[in-house]
Design a binder for this molecule. Structure first.
Ligand SMILES: C[S@@+](CC[C@H](N)C(=O)[O-])C[C@H]1O[C@@H](n2cnc3c(N)ncnc32)[C@H](O)[C@@H]1O
Length: 264
């Protein structure tokens, strides 16, 4: 059987999210955690998902609001929080909402958008609207920190269409099921700078029956100068741009782009 959808309509995707080895081991968590610890005051995380980054920040004693479009991702996050000490739960406020244009009755010292969630903003109008909403919710001199992948021009140029590329091989889950994942690009919308992407999960139950679950979504890609212009237009000055979680400089070989910007 095949299921097809995204985080908002397929609850199973929220369950699978925390089982992806590449997400569990992703070193961005330390990066965000350390930056959040350096900032006094309230934090807002946009696209907080299942709390992979939000929960360690709350555990470090920071007050944090998490906003996400998907009630399923938020419900996994809430379930994980409910197992923690009450003091930690009280640090967290979860809100279902769209980062494209949001209104929260609060002001923050820091807004973060971890793990490429800003790449869900496909149109320039949505990108501007998101940055303007963030600006509106930041205190004077407040910070905005987010990451994007750096564009690999070979992927755009070679255009390998519909071919599934393995992300991780089949591995056994704690409950006896097993999971593997591939990904593929189903359309290159080069003129609008986004790809239609599918993450394809193969979930096999104890009887050997495999379900194919497709997480399909458009993914915008950005160039550094584009982000510089967008931030400038929305009232931010850039303080740092990094090329990796170890704060190394951005070079043409960097896989990531991290921006730290300040409200002006
Ligand atoms: C790659 S996940 C990142 C989750 C989490 N930040 C992490 O690092 O594990 C992207 C998240 O962005 C959320 N998202 C996508 N579009 C959104 C939107 N327009 N507004 C708010 N959240 C959105 C998805 O539901 C998903 O939880």
């Amino acid at each position: 059987m095949t299921k097809h959808g995204d985080y908002t309509d397929l609850p199973i995707l929220a369950e699978l999210y925390d089982l992806v080895p590449g997400y569990i081991n992703r070193t961005d968590r330390e990066f965000y955690l350390n930056l959040c610890k350096e900032v006094d005051g309230k934090i807002l995380e946009l696209g907080c998902g299942t709390g992979r980054i939000l929960i360690p920040i709350a555990e470090a004693g920071k007050e944090i609001t998490g906003l996400d479009l998907s009630e399923h991702m938020l419900s996994v996050c809430q379930k994980k929080l409910s197992l923690l000490h009450r003091d930690i739960q009280e640090k967290v406020n979860l809100i279902q909402g769209d980062m494209t244009n949001f209104s929260i009755d609060d002001q923050f010292n820091l807004v973060t958008i971890p793990f490429r969630a800003f790449q869900h903003m496909i149109s320039v109008d949505d990108q501007l609207s998101c940055f303007k909403s963030i600006h509106h919710h930041l205190m004077a001199n407040g910070l905005l920190i987010f990451d994007l992948f750096q564009v690999d021009l070979n992927i755009i140029k070679n255009r390998i269409l519909n071919e599934e590329i393995e992300d991780f091989p089949d591995y056994e889950l704690n409950d006896g099921r097993s999971l593997r994942r591939t990904h593929r690009v189903t359309a290159f919308n080069t003129e609008d700078q986004f790809n239609d992407v599918e993450l394809i999960y193969y979930l096999t139950d104890k009887n050997g029956i495999t379900e194919r679950i497709i997480h399909a979504f458009p993914m915008r890609y950005f160039f550094r100068a584009e982000i510089e212009h967008l931030l400038d237009q929305c009232g931010f000055q850039i303080i740092h741009i990094y090329g990796d979680f170890d704060k190394s400089s951005l070079t043409e070989n960097s896989l990531e782009m991290f921006f730290i910007a300040q409200k002006i």
